[in-house]
Design a protein. Structure first.
Length: 283
């Protein structure tokens, strides 16, 4: 059997504070194959982003570890492209120059002309062929996030890590960027791990969905395979015979975990959970 590109083994994370230690993630195990698109789905605060930050190399595990191509990671690296909730662009640089930074890191031996061509190609794939000279203040939030996606792909990473990249956008922009991500991914077929709290987003994008239990000490509750063929469209997903029961299954799991999470809190601090379950016609 081919070894998985990404292996997360017995992962656990505990934070120590003045009030004691708090176990966020416990016994988290998952493998991701080459070219696979995996979504981590769960309530806010369940540890999804904690897991992803450890895979990014921005945080260290308390127990367990993360391996890429059989080697344990020791910190951030060019083998991982990262997209956060906000684009995190340098405001004084143009869109092209922001992407060029990634190209220069990934291809230091190439000439500047070749590097610029690669940066422009990445922008074009992200739907920004004519926006290279714009600065972040001259772009919409959706355009800035496209630049962030272009920069991540420009690294030519082994793995793309997405931390709720569309959650701060309006519904129409979010759907547009999901479509754009799918078009780029269909061409590149990068291995992807994406954090989301949006049921429909996970069903549209993923090959497998890893559902996380309520925190603290969150782990994997269920893993489901998404049967929709690729390349896929929203209409294909919506009309698939398995769409509605899969959506119900995800929603029911999240509702159960939400009740568990609320029951673990006192009434004074309990609050609404941020889980997005949009009407089916959005898909």
């Amino acid at each position: 059997m081919t070894r998985p590109v990404l292996e997360i083994v017995q992962l656990g994370k505990t934070f120590s504070t003045a009030g004691g230690s708090h176990e966020i993630v416990k016994n988290f195990n998952v493998e991701v194959s080459e070219g696979e698109f995996v979504c981590l789905l769960g309530h806010s605060g369940c540890g999804k982003s904690t897991v992803l930050s450890i895979v990014m190399g921005l945080s260290s595990a308390t127990v367990g570890g993360v391996c890429i191509n059989g080697r344990e990671i020791q910190g951030p690296g060019l083998d991982r492209g990262v997209v956060f909730q906000s684009a995190c662009l340098f405001p004084w640089r143009t869109a092209l120059d922001n992407v060029l930074l990634a190209v220069q890191q990934a291809h230091p031996s190439k000439s500047r002309k070749e590097q610029i061509a690669l940066a422009q190609k990445a922008l074009t794939r992200a739907g920004l062929a004519d926006a290279g000279e714009r600065r972040p203040t001259e772009m919409s939030a959706g355009m800035r996030q496209r630049v962030g996606i272009a920069r991540a792909f420009a690294l030519d990473p082994k793995i793309l890590l997405l931390d709720e990249p569309f959650s701060l956008l309006d519904a129409l922009t979010r759907m547009d960027l999901q479509d754009q991500l799918m078009r780029v991914w269909d061409t590149e077929r990068k291995t992807v791990m994406m954090v989301t709290h949006d049921v429909d987003e996970a069903l549209f994008l993923a090959d497998r969905i890893v559902m996380m239990t309520a925190g603290p000490a969150a782990g994997i509750g269920k893993i489901i395979s998404v049967p929709f063929d690729r390349p896929r469209t929203r209409a294909d997903v919506l009309n698939h015979r398995d769409y509605y029961w899969m959506r119900d299954r995800l929603t029911n799991f999240l509702e159960e975990q939400g009740e568990i999470q609320k029951s673990a809190r006192s009434p004074q601090v309990a609050g609404p959970e941020r889980v997005m379950v949009r009407p089916a016609f959005d898909l």
